[in-house]
Design a protein around this ligand. Structure first.
Ligand code: AMP
Ligand code: ZN
Length: 469
């Protein structure tokens, strides 16, 4: 499999550090709001990368964080007069619901920054001890950027150009920096902000250190793949490399993968332009499988434009696959004969080519756009070859082979059978009973079962409300 590596700017053969295993870290969202459809792009793309690698037989350890300490979270908490953890827990829960509706598999571990403060303090101390960081008068700890000779290797920036060219680095407001290029590892507490004790001052970590620490804790010093949206290349990922490599003394990530941005009607998505959509907004208009399919219909490194027309096209594309699969199921159930004929056996062999082409496309830096076109070809072939005369074994075999491909893309191809309202109400009652009996595991299980069927529960003051997503 070839992967485009931002670090080398080349497509490279993927060779894991440890045979058969992939250690992968994907920067997750800052949880102060419902996730927007731009955030959904890396989730879907890298979930698909993971699924494909699992299909190839790798054991994938997939870690994706929730950034749960941040200015925006604190601001929202202060507006609502609640603790920041109330905000972050609320939106982590909402994010998990959206991920589930997008059929994004839960990560092996979803660490949260605020649970990892000890590790951050430890790494910052190591950086100070090794001469890569220093403490300002007010207790702020800065990373000494020039102490890392390879700084800029990911974003292909030159330190001297940066100094002259990047004003945001110069206009720092952090006047204790020895060099405008230095960045914050730990900052002192301000009024109304959460803080933790540290050897330097009560305060909180900078953003970049959290990913270096969580990646180290759950995956080790050296990992195979580090991924996220392309806006993270600089400074976030560049800073992560500097911190991790200076602290650990070994290369950090072997491959760096970055998805391009999602735009709306060819404009940058922004609240001020009024073209900002959360995943939840979209779920009111479309099945979220359509959004997933739409995201995968482009290569992950190409900018993707979101528009009503393109979503409509995605909806009909997905429908072609779902209908094709439904027909195959129907043929299998209503077949007149059970076993494969020799001719059918030959056709099953002939159809292997679709799977091979699919893999070829995915091996080429995860070209999901081409991979989908091979799924379409397979469906077209199935519509022609799996006729009324087909044996059950033939229809089933073709169905199963296509399903392997749609599972890699994480597309749910079964026609949705809606749950009846009465069944939903009964399950909610069972959940309430479990909660009353303090059997929270059972209550959670029932909630998860409902979620799987596309039913989202909301605990409100007036009782439990539910809706279909
Ligand atoms: P944030 O919560 O802003 O840190 O973003 C979480 C993830 O979503 C990061 O990997 C970002 O790069 C990614 N992201 C944010 N906006 C977009 C967008 N419009 N298109 C694609 N990816 C995005
Ligand atoms: Zn990160």
């Amino acid at each position: 499999m070839k992967i485009y590596n931002t670090l080398t700017r080349k497509k490279e053969e993927f060779v894991p550090i440890e045979e058969g295993k992939v250690r992968m870290y994907v920067c997750g969202p800052t949880v102060y709001n419902l996730i927007h459809i731009g955030n959904a792009r890396p989730m879907i793309v890298f979930d698909t990368a993971r699924r494909y690698m699992e299909h190839k037989g790798y054991n994938v350890n997939y870690v994706s964080n929730f950034t749960d300490v941040d200015d925006k979270i604190i601001k929202k908490a202060n507006e609502e007069g609640v603790d920041p953890s109330v905000i972050s827990e609320r939106y982590i829960e909402e994010c998990r619901k959206d991920m589930s509706a997008l059929n994004v598999k839960p990560a092996t571990t979803h660490p949260q920054a605020t649970n990892e403060i000890d590790g951050m303090i430890e790494m910052i101390q190591t950086l100070i001890d090794k001469g890569h960081a220093y403490v300002g008068e007010d207790g702020t700890v800065y990373f000494k950027t020039r102490s890392f000779k390879e700084y800029g290797k990911l974003s292909h920036k030159d330190l001297d150009d940066l100094r002259g060219g990047n004003r945001s680095l110069l206009v720092s407001g952090e006047d204790q920096k020895q060099d405008p290029l230095d960045f914050v590892l730990w900052k002192p507490k301000k009024e109304g902000e959460p803080s933790w004790p540290s050897p330097w001052c009560d305060g909180r970590p900078g953003w970049h250190i959290e990913c270096s620490v969580m990646s180290k804790r759950y995956l080790g010093d050296e990992i195979d793949i580090h991924a996220g949206g392309e806006d993270l290349i600089f400074p976030h990922h560049e800073n992560e490399i500097a911190q991790s490599e200076c602290a650990n003394g070994v290369p950090f990530a072997k491959y760096w993968m970055h998805n391009a941005f999602l735009n709306i009607d060819n404009k940058k998505m922004s609240k001020s332009l009024g073209n900002f959509f959360t995943v939840r907004d979209i779920s009111e208009k479309y099945d979220l499988q359509v959004l997933r399919f739409f995201m995968l219909s482009a290569h992950y490194r190409s900018p993707l434009n979101f528009s009503a027309d393109l979503m409509q096209a995605a909806a009909s594309g997905l429908d072609r696959i779902v209908t094709g699969m439904d027909n195959l199921k129907f043929r299998a159930m209503h077949a007149k004969t059970a076993d494969l004929t020799p001719d059918e056996r030959a056709q099953v062999d002939e159809a292997e080519v679709f799977g091979e082409k699919f893999d070829e496309a995915m091996d080429d830096d995860l070209n999901t756009a081409d991979a989908i076109s091979h799924v379409f070809d397979f469906i077209k072939w199935a519509n022609i070859h799996v006729t009324e005369e087909a044996s059950a074994a033939f229809a089933t075999s073709v169905y199963t082979r296509i399903k392997v491909l749609t599972d890699i893309l994480g597309l749910i191809v079964e026609k949705k059978k809606e749950m009846l309202d009465a069944d939903i109400e009964a399950m909610i009652e069972a959940r309430q009973a479990a909660r009353k009996a303090k059997d929270f595991a059972k209550a959670d299980e029932i909630r998860a079962q409902l979620l799987e069927k596309g039913i989202v529960l909301e605990d409100t003051r007036e009782g439990v409300k539910w809706k279909r997503v």
